[in-house]
Design a protein around this ligand. Structure first.
Ligand code: ZN
Length: 138
């Protein structure tokens, strides 16, 4: 297969997000605006947690990013963490919303570093989405 396929079968980004349904509508709206030519979606409970805390999940996720990269040539990897994620014990696992935001920001940074080692050509964007539907760039 030629490495440079026509753009008809390419997308702009590959997105990693948790399975949590509560964020899907707002996230779809944002991502469709941010990446109007389309994006691949990888969904796993805990999102970045899979890259950072579990060897099997890391392997699985890296494979998914590689498949997306090979088939659809996205230039951007977008990582999304969310408020009240059950994989992290929900918001109750944190003393304050600020602490939760800070922790998820650290997860996003660690996952970015890890992905950069494997996908040095990609631009990496990181986001946190709250229960209100507000999405912040981290
Ligand atoms: Zn979650």
């Amino acid at each position: 297969m030629a490495p440079e396929e026509p753009s008809s079968h390419s997308c702009q980004a590959v997105v990693l997000h948790c399975i949590d349904f509560r964020f899907k509508k707002e996230l779809d709206t944002y991502l469709n605006q941010r990446f109007p030519k389309g994006y691949d979606l990888i969904s796993l409970a805990g999102s970045c947690m899979g890259l950072l805390s579990d060897e099997d999940h890391r392997k699985l996720l890296l494979e998914q990013f590689q498949i997306s990269s090979r088939l659809h040539h996205p230039k951007t990897i977008a990582l999304v963490q969310h408020e009240d994620c059950g994989a992290y014990g929900g918001s109750g696992a944190f003393r304050t919303p600020e602490e939760e935001l800070e922790h998820q920001g650290q997860e996003l940074q660690k996952a970015s570093v890890l992905l950069k080692e494997h996908f040095s050509q990609h631009q990496i964007e990181t986001y946190f989405i709250g229960l209100s539907g507000e999405l912040v760039s981290m």
